[in-house]
Design a protein around this ligand. Sequence first.
Ligand SMILES: *Cc1c(COP(=O)(O)O)cnc(C)c1O
Length: 380
Amino acid sequence: MRSRTQFVHAGGGADRATGAVNPPIHLSSTFAQLAPNRNRGYVYGRSANPTRTVLERALAEIEHGRTGLAFSSGLGALTTLLEQFPAGSRVVAMDDLYGGTWRLLDHHRRQFGLEVEFADLTTPLAVERALAEPADLVFVESPTNPLMKLVDLRALARAAHRGRGLLAVDNTFASPALQRPLDCGADVVLHSTTKYLSGHSDVIGGALVLAQKRLGERMRWLQNAVGAVPSPFDCFLVLRGIRTLELRMRAHGEAARAVAEVLATHRKVRAVHYPGLASHPQHRLARRQMSGFGGMLSAELRGGVPAARRFLRRVKLFTLAESLGGVESLVEHPALMTQASLPKADRAAHGITDGLLRFSCGIEDPADLADDVRTALAGV
Ligand SMILES: *Cc1c(COP(=O)(O)O)cnc(C)c1O
């Protein structure tokens, strides 16, 4: 089945009891038992909920995994994943990451004795160096946040497995409409479903999808033990978002290309980071690994914070806000906003400069977004 069809049908068909084409939102914290310890598959809402079950089945299907698990946020999913790794475990993480992911890994390093190394994993040589000492967990985003760097997922999965480690990929930016890490050999996919999967900026949620059954069972146990689970209503919203994921990702990609082209040819812009541009250093890898380039991009304005602030005041269709992946366009300033939790020296070392802006291109008409950016740049 092709992705577009799969997203519409994922999770199973109409409700068996009623024929409802959408899953009922089961607002019940507990479930009647037939006899002590005999039940219909549901006992208590933290452990399992029928609305959540439909979403979790859908998550597994769309990411080509064995087990799908829904969480109350992306970081709730990451917290639960990290529970699997005892003190002394070695984690190698990409050095360009969502700020909250960096903060949580750093917290585990300080507080719980996790050994965490942040490394640039964009080249085979860098991967070889970082994994010379085997890691229990390799954790990456691709494309990364906010610099849109790519990681060769197939090569990295092989390298992680040589050292008997797991590869986990945060697939939030690409979504399964454009990239399927488990098909590339990864063991775990993580999502902030807050972003493209729900797609309308109206829910906070997370997900893990596991390739192997045993790890899936372990994570399901941890999901219940930790308890960072989503509400049934939020599960319904994420599921509704998934239905249109393929259409939306296509529109996001068209919008981002139009915006990237304006930025790439403008004299007030020093650099544009978008994997869909032939000038992106990993454009060929993007073509091989992804079926589209997505709606996210970043650009460095000449003139640092003052220029960025002027641009942000003038832009009209892009709302100044954190987050991404909704139907409406957003823009943010990583150094002052999402990556502010990184020490300044770290930010600078990783290319998150004071003139950098990150764009989440929505599904508006690409020509309107391009006009908006052009007009705002004229006033910088
Ligand atoms: C937003 C985001 C997260 C964190 O997810 P929450 O739902 O906000 O907890 C993790 N990774 C990426 C790439 C994100 O964009």
